[in-house]
Write a protein that binds this ligand. Sequence first.
Ligand code: IMP
Length: 422
Amino acid sequence: MVDLLLGLQWGDEGKGKIVDVLTKEYDIIARFQGGPNAGHTLEFDGIKHVLHTIPSGIFHKNAINIVGNGVVIDPVIFKRELDNLQKFNIDIISKLLISRKAHLILPTHRLLDAASEASKGKAKIGSTLKGIGPTYMDKTGRNGMRVGDLEFDDWKTKYRALADKHEAMIDFYNAEIEYNLPELEAEFCEGVETLKKLTFIDSEEYIFKAQAEGKKILAEGAQGSLLDIDFGTYPFVTSSNTTAAGACTGLGVAPNKIEKVLGIFKAYTTRVGSGPFPTELFDEDGATMGRVGNEFGATTGRPRRCGWLDLVALKYAVQINGVTELMMMKADVLSGFKTIKVCTAYDYKGEKIQHLPYNIESEYVSPIYTEMKGWAKDLTKLTTAEELPTALNDYITFLEEQLQVPIKIVSVGPDRLQTIRR
Ligand code: IMP
């Protein structure tokens, strides 16, 4: 049995926290796409921890964590993540398994990302510059290096050929980026040596067997549905399928083995990087959301753009993913707003529409809002659904009616314990 956990907006919905909360219900937590562009933040026992590649189940004793074939791994960042975990005394060798088919991010992939962004000028994607796009390009271009290659003696020959090709491509961009490749390569080799100490597996085979043994598996997504390479706000997207289908290709899970699809969204909306965002606020309300919600990128530290909940986009994400249960995060951040707005339709070139059109740039689309009463109550100490203020319950009921999916969890703070089940 496989359940999926996916972000339904532009990422940063709080997947790390929810995986951490749910882990005790699962035997295996598996990441299926993305790479260290993700930053999954977990808080418990007064400790705040950010994971980039390692699945968010790593802090639980009994869960096995898998980095699936759909993930791209940067050995340098991976080593840093492992070093940061040392103080927790986790048995990494038996608890963290890496797919041989996962692709590797080379230092030159990162440089190519920077060169490509620099050459785009104002049209830049706002990439995290972790080499994600160039690595997936090499994967689909059938040139990539995979974790399994590291088990063969000739991996450095493969590495050299690919890095040389990348250097020529960097020259082509003619972007002024400075780098010291030998230094980056030394760091890369050190990362590779650390990675090689871990357990490599044929993850699809491992997952078939686990399913046959009746193990419960949670597939953990990264980024969000609106950053999906096919269904997101292209070209301002990431380079993988962040939606439900990505779990099938990124782990080797058959579609008919998926049971629950847990969709996670914030009570409002945020976005980092460039690209359209119809409900973005440029006023005091947006600044309040950013400040109270501490909306800064976990990977890059960039301030996140903030705005009201966009139900048109959320409905689209619910449909694309076949979401069966919803989880609403950061409800506490909206406490104190007199009025809560929800975008329930778009004005698209003068016409009222309720679906996501091909282009949602602000020159074509403006949001049409439904207004609801806000609540003043501080939610951060609440532990049961009965204590939620009436206005918040009305907000939740309205969203459930619109989306036709139950909201099972309401998160009222970053800590594991600030999680209300309904
Ligand atoms: P890339 O995946 O690093 O190339 O970035 C492409 C776009 O996706 C940029 O707008 C990034 O800000 C955004 N992005 C990538 N990863 C995340 C994430 O984990 N959370 C939120 N946004 C992300």
